[in-house]
Design a binder for this molecule. Structure first.
Ligand SMILES: Cc1cc2nc3c(=O)[nH]c(=O)nc-3n(C[C@H](O)[C@H](O)[C@H](O)COP(=O)(O)OP(=O)(O)OC[C@H]3O[C@@H](n4cnc5c(N)ncnc54)[C@H](O)[C@@H]3O)c2cc1C
Ligand code: FES
Length: 270
């Protein structure tokens, strides 16, 4: 299926920084009109030769009326460190929107869903929650991290998303409930009333949730994070084993993902 993808120079409109986490609002009208929750953009992080490859980032929100998009990222290495040094007024080269996002069409007004985001994994779920709200879906967000510093979007979620419930979980107990977000989720015993679960975060967290929801018989969709050389289906650097017609195939996550139903994902062990 042919999809519309743009290559744009997007000006940074606003920048917010909380420790290792950065939020950029960018002016990218073409992408804001096309993007769906769970899709991503490939960003050129430097004008220099190194880092050569663009880096993938989920769309955290879009506002087509203003031509704005947002990306939210954590500094983990050379590329994200360089990206964090850009300031409002400067422009970034973006390719997108790319990939297949979360499915919303299966839901009807009044349905209740859970979104589980671990650390920077909250990014695509923020955009998803915006769209679910428009469709009058009842949303409960679980947002977890190691400590309070890993939950910088708490206030923005409270102010902008108007979700039915926001449950915070930190491993050191510095904010919200103490424990892994998966433990907190398990304690809530809410599965029988849930239509669908949408997840993005570390592999171990997603694998645990995939097992939980299998037991409860609730469908779930998971956004996978792999290394991506091109984001365009050319280099094969992003492949994972995905079940197709009852057998495991190597699938390009940038093209057929990053979002997949839990039951087709071959989870990586610790
Ligand atoms: C579809 C998609 C959407 C993404 N969305 C976001 C987002 O919204 N916000 C965000 O902060 N990050 C996101 N990421 C991850 C982000 O792309 C990487 O953190 C980034 O590319 C790291 O670049 P770097 O040069 O800073 O790190 P590198 O120098 O390349 O690596 C630094 C460290 O991070 C690890 N690492 C790097 N990339 C990955 C990866 N993809 N998976 C697992 N470990 C990795 C490396 O092993 C190394 O330990 C997304 C990734 C994908 C595939
Ligand atoms: S990132 Fe190059 S094929 Fe997927």
């Amino acid at each position: 299926m042919e999809r519309e993808v743009c290559l744009v120079q997007a000006k940074i409109l606003e920048k917010y920084k909380w420790g290792q986490y950065i939020l950029f609002y960018l002016f990218a009208p073409e992408i804001s009109k096309l993007a769906k929750p769970g899709q991503f953009v490939m960003i050129r992080v430097s004008e220099q030769f190194i880092p050569l490859l663009r880096r993938p980032f989920s769309l955290m929100s879009v506002d087509p009326s203003e031509g704005r998009i947002a990306i939210f990222f954590q500094i983990v290495g050379r590329g994200t460190s360089r990206l964090s040094q850009y300031s409002p007024g400067e422009s970034l080269s973006l390719i997108g929107p790319l990939g297949q996002g979360y499915s919303l069409s299966v839901l009807k007004p009044g349905d209740k869903v859970i979104l589980v985001g671990g650390g920077r994994g909250i990014a695509p779920l923020f955009f998803l929650a915006q769209q679910l709200k428009e469709k009058k879906i009842r949303v409960m967000i679980f947002y977890g991290g190691k400590s309070a510093q890993d939950l910088p979007l708490k206030s923005l979620i409270e102010e902008e998303l108007g979700v039915e419930e926001l449950v915070l979980a930190t491993e050191d107990g510095s904010l919200g409930e103490k424990g892994l977000v998966t433990e907190v989720l398990e304690r809530k015993e809410i599965w029988p009333r849930i239509e669908r679960v949408y997840v993005c975060g570390p592999e171990a967290m997603m694998r645990k949730i995939a097992r939980m929801i299998e037991v409860w018989g609730v469908p779930g969709e998971f956004s996978l994070e792999t290394y991506m050389g091109c984001g365009l289906g050319i280099c094969w650097s992003c492949v994972r084993r995905i079940k197709k017609a009852n057998s495991w195939s190597w699938v390009k996550i940038c093209e057929e993902g990053p979002v997949f139903p839990g039951e087709v994902i071959k989870w990586e062990e610790d």
